[in-house]
Design a protein around this ligand. Sequence first.
Ligand code: ZN
Length: 396
Amino acid sequence: MTLLGVRDTALLIRNVELYAPRPLGRCEVLVVAGRVLAIASTIDPGHSLPLRCLDAGGRLLVPGLVDSLVHIGGGGGEGGFATRAPPLGADAALRAGVTTVIGALGTDEVTRGHADLLACARGLTQAGVSAYVLSGSYRVPVATLTGSLRSDLVLIPEMIGVGEIAIADHRGSQPTLDELARIGADARVGGMLAGKRGTVLVHVGDAAEGLSLLHALSTRTPLPASGWHPTHINRNRLLLAQASAWSARGGSVDLTASTTPQLLAEGEVPAAQALVELLGSGVPIGQITLSSDGQASLPQFDADGRLVAIEFAAIDSLLNSLRQAVHQHGLSLATALAAITSSPADIWGLPRKGRIEVGADADMLLLERDSLELAATIAAGSLHVYDAADLRDQFA
Ligand code: ZN
């Protein structure tokens, strides 16, 4: 239920334990015009503001989640037209605690395109979910909006990077090192000209070569490893084991949170468990993100490469993975949060996202202290309250 437009009035959130994502203890947070104006143990806003107060009842206040990969226009289609996934709805994202999404095309760049992707992003943003878009496509040569990756990044404000470019996958177009180098260079220069990071999201399939192309790029070109962000690294143990060497070069990795029982049986490592293992092997938290791969198809192929079943990835897998990391694996909440807030914000170059600090966008979640269930989402000017009667009653 949407209770308040916090663009129209200042909101003072009281009685919270703040994770920014680092733990800051008991705080009050003042939101004005959709931005965080003050954080202190006690805030006296004076009398000049039209102000509403929210007593959060001692709940945890954490940054809104930043989802590094969502097929916001709908993915899928690998089983024919009846298997295309629908676009992401803003309500589904906010209900899952996701306040920022990075949207990308999927396998199908024939019936899906960047104009539609951009329209979906703008629709989400208008509905309160900050949405960004990647240029390029699974296939190489890449699909673009304006005719070149560099122009896309320079001219389209929402386009902040490139991807998913598929490697090591039978559904990809088997790009060569030279082709990838050109993509990386265009993303880097286009990003530099526009003041963006220009990160390239790389879809890594289950072929044995894994990250070897990215290592070769890092060795043979001056492009830094930090410009490539390979995803689906937890799809099997062989690939997960390659993450440490990649991170030692300065590269980052993304873990897919939407594991199904079928994928588990096929060897996928749940993202929460993979996160704990990577941290244990020395990969810094700043180089690890989790994404939902929301609205992607999760196709199952038989030994001959024939599609036998398909379902779609859900965006609520980020919060589920957070709970698993904390409750089942004993990871600290601050560290688990970083993988879905500050780390992706840094890797995508979004300084006002993924943190609760003065000047940041007021994208925040209220979580129940023990269960870590979502009680409320504050995003881009609105307060949405879910199963928390005491919060709702304050605005009755
Ligand atoms: Zn992918």
